[in-house]
Design a protein around this ligand. Structure first.
Ligand SMILES: [Zn+2]
Ligand SMILES: [Zn+2]
Ligand SMILES: [Zn+2]
Length: 463
């Protein structure tokens, strides 16, 4: 918990006032029930029961602290709401783990016999940036000189002999911003979803060729199931962490009817990633050919000689990225407008990316880009999956909601034990705001959230 001595006096006073109120326990209970959400939605209203004998109000926020009910915001971004994003990551993990390990959420345990590969598709280089490297001896210099040291056309060094610390603000920044290809970088983020789509199409064709089948015959015997999560690298470009699995056709998670081993699948993924191209138009420039970077990380999860990555680890690794966004660059979740454009507090590199994206958005073929400038041009979903990979986030949420509703219903039934069967329940709610009423309330909720997360993480680790 934040030491109270570090809080401004009026916040301490608000905390003391809240804690001294007669309904404090009920307030704390509400904060727990909304999962310690950082920006809860405030509702005001009542639940009425209409029976043959008349109408009865069985619940009203009039009896609640501040006459409101707190409902969680449900935001997936850790920078916006740590608690809701933690729940989102947990749901995401469930979905991924079900698809990788089976035996839960409607996915059979036999799924472990299907080939499953973890692959990270990176972006290509748009100019040298400061980076961390390791060699045989450990942490290595950023960009050592090769031969005679050379200056770039802008008279800047093309080398960097620093061993950067992990929190060095120079990481991801170009050695020379004037040499860096900003338009191509933004174009990559903008077109990345289409590049991924082409990757999946080409991978099917590559696998068909490898197994000596026509595309149509391959489709009758094998289906590609996948999940992918986009992550922003330090330089502000997206790359994709993916799980790719081979299934049979149909809805019941049958094994594929083709003969292929893990080595061949990895080879097909590598070959496809190296081969996929997308030619795009650029204003006042020749056409640009986009492709994935040459750095490609692949590991077998299931069906390999020995799975290099366990389903648990693969699921955890991908779920971790699902709560990240562009906030690390000092960008908020909101769209950037001409009014907010000059007010951004970001690094020089991000500033140039934003201005490049803004200018590119003026061109007819980049129509709509301006709405995605706060995402550095990336307009895709941060997490997506093919239909048959596993269950859905919606189903997991419904399951949890049903569980909570069942608990609430049982509670209500106890209260209404002597009611007649023909009861019509009418709920009347109105929106009363967002967020805690005072900074003191928010500080209390935040520290309770941190404690709860520690406890849940300890439980998850022990599981
Ligand atoms: Zn929340
Ligand atoms: Zn450097
Ligand atoms: Zn230069």
């Amino acid at each position: 918990m934040t030491p109270t001595s570090a809080l401004p006096p009026q916040v301490v006073e608000q905390i003391v006032t809240r804690a001294g109120r007669a309904d404090f326990d009920r307030w704390a209970d509400q904060v727990t029930r909304c999962g310690h959400c950082a920006h809860p939605v405030l509702l005001r209203g009542r639940v009425e029961h209409h029976t043959a004998t008349g109408q009865q109000v069985t619940y009203s926020t009039d009896g609640e602290p501040d006459r409101v009910l707190l409902i969680r915001c449900g935001n997936r971004r850790a920078a916006v709401c740590p608690s809701c994003s933690y729940e989102y990551a947990g749901d995401m993990w469930q979905l991924l783990y079900a698809g990788a390990a089976g035996g839960r959420k409607g996915v059979p345990e036999s799924i472990r016999s299907h080939l499953l590969v973890f692959a990270t598709l990176t972006a290509p280089g748009f100019g040298p940036v400061h980076t961390t490297r390791t060699d045989r001896t450990g942490p290595a210099r950023c960009r050592p000189t090769q031969g005679k040291p050379q200056l770039c056309p802008h008279k800047r060094p093309t080398w960097c002999t620093t061993i950067h610390a992990d929190d060095d603000p120079r990481l991801g920044q170009p050695l020379c911003p004037d040499c860096y290809d900003y338009p191509a970088h933004v174009a990559f983020n903008w077109h990345a979803p289409e590049l991924w789509r082409r990757f999946t199409i080409t991978l099917r064709r590559t696998l068909a060729r490898q197994t000596g089948l026509t595309a149509a015959e391959f489709a009758r015997r094998c289906r590609l199931s996948f999940v992918k999560v986009a992550e922003f690298q330090r330089r502000g470009v997206v790359h994709f962490h993916t799980l790719i699995r081979l299934d049979g056709p149909g809805d019941d998670y049958q094994p594929p009817q083709i003969s292929i081993d893990a080595t061949a699948l990895i080879h097909a993924i590598q070959q496809t990633a190296a081969q996929v191209r997308l030619t795009v138009t650029m204003p006042d420039e020749p056409e640009l050919v986009l492709r994935f970077g040459t750095q490609l990380d692949t590991q077998t999860v299931n069906g390999g000689p020995a799975g290099e990555l366990t389903p648990e680890h693969a699921a955890r690794y991908i779920a971790k990225y699902a709560t990240k966004s562009a906030e690390d660059f000092g960008l908020g979740p909101r769209r950037i407008t001409p009014e907010t454009l000059p007010l951004l507090n970001v690094s020089q590199h991000i500033d140039r990316l934003i201005h490049t994206a803004w200018e590119l958005g003026e061109h007819p073929t980049y129509e709509g880009l301006r709405r995605w400038v706060h995402m550095l041009g990336f307009r895709g979903h941060f997490a997506s999956k093919s239909r048959h990979f596993s269950t859905t986030l919606g189903a997991i949420r419904r399951e949890r909601r049903t569980y909570r509703q069942r608990q609430a219903a049982e509670h209500a039934r106890e209260l209404l034990a002597d009611e007649q069967d023909t009861t019509l329940v009418v709920a009347r709610w109105e929106f009363a705001g967002v967020g805690y009423l005072t900074s003191g309330d928010a500080a209390l909720a935040l520290s309770a959230a941190a404690r709860a997360r520690e406890q849940r993480q300890a439980a998850r680790d022990a599981a």
